[in-house]
Ligand binder design. Sequence first.
Ligand SMILES: Cc1cc2nc3c(=O)[nH]c(=O)nc-3n(C[C@H](O)[C@H](O)[C@H](O)COP(=O)(O)OP(=O)(O)OC[C@H]3O[C@@H](n4cnc5c(N)ncnc54)[C@H](O)[C@@H]3O)c2cc1C
Length: 316
Amino acid sequence: MNKLWDVAIVGGGAAGLSAAITLARSRRSVVVIDDHRPRNAPADRVHNYLGRESTPPAELFGIGRDEAAQYGATFHDAQVTSVSHADNHFDVSVNFQDNRTSTVHARRVLVATGAVDELPEIEGLAERWGRDVLHCAYCHGWEVRDHTITVLGTGPLAVHHALIFRQLSENVTLLRHNDFPLSDEEAAQLARRDIGVIDGPVTRLRITDDALAGVELETGATVACEALVVATVVSARIDMLAPVRLTTQEMRLGDQLLGTYLPVARGATAVPGIYAAGNVTDIRAQVITSAAAGTEVAATINADLAVVDAQELQHA
Ligand SMILES: Cc1cc2nc3c(=O)[nH]c(=O)nc-3n(C[C@H](O)[C@H](O)[C@H](O)COP(=O)(O)OP(=O)(O)OC[C@H]3O[C@@H](n4cnc5c(N)ncnc54)[C@H](O)[C@@H]3O)c2cc1C
């Protein structure tokens, strides 16, 4: 582990793997460290991905790994616990699954660690996440077209969700789980699109034959539905960056916290030499846009290293 890598990539999802391909094809030495917890793991298919529409997530990652490995990228199945400054490089602390620890030395670090979803705390909801409890019309909307869809209203994003899912089904209801304000204009928009509004709160999900059958309200009433749309709080995974003091910023819609992200400028974080791409920097990013960000930021890192390489030759 004394080797000085050109780039250590933390996270081997769409963003990290795309960056690995670009960097390895540019003959940069690249190590990808990944602990196999991609955000979309609960889903059985990846949708909206040009050329690989409807591929299982694990299969897509396998293809990406093979593509990066064929150009020389190295993989560690392990967790990065910290990234810290060393003399003229970064030390990346790594925990392997068998509890071995090690330090990877790299000239540049690309953080492609994605994000985690915090789900509304309702009995039975977490078990259905990524199946019939959904967050995104572009990821799963087609699969629930013409179904009975309930949007769990926990803030202003619910109105947007209801209008977007209405494009996919005539049977959409907005269920106000809490009493977030609904403006007259929003109420009129929902009425014009025949979206019913029911007051909650919801106490639990009703499941029949391993499928969502409805949601139970505190009043004891049940609202029948085949899909439940929820807003999650999407948090960037950056714990390992504490030693370099990088922090996230909040993203909000009105009063509603949508999530946190690591701010970047063309992939560069506030710490020179540390870059980031994918969901960790943009909680709205999908798989294909995370892959695109990985490719773009990899090119920026390669250009950064090319200039440094030329300067070092000049001073040699
Ligand atoms: C249920 C669900 C379904 C979805 N379906 C779709 C869909 O159909 N189409 C679509 O376009 N988008 C979909 N998305 C969104 C999609 O998951 C993200 O856009 C995508 O995962 C972002 O890619 P990424 O590479 O940034 O992060 P990820 O894919 O989450 O990859 C990050 C990787 O970094 C690793 N990692 C994190 N921290 C560490 C660490 N400390 N050390 C080592 N490794 C680490 C993780 O284990 C993971 O493998 C879905 C999301 C959810 C929640």
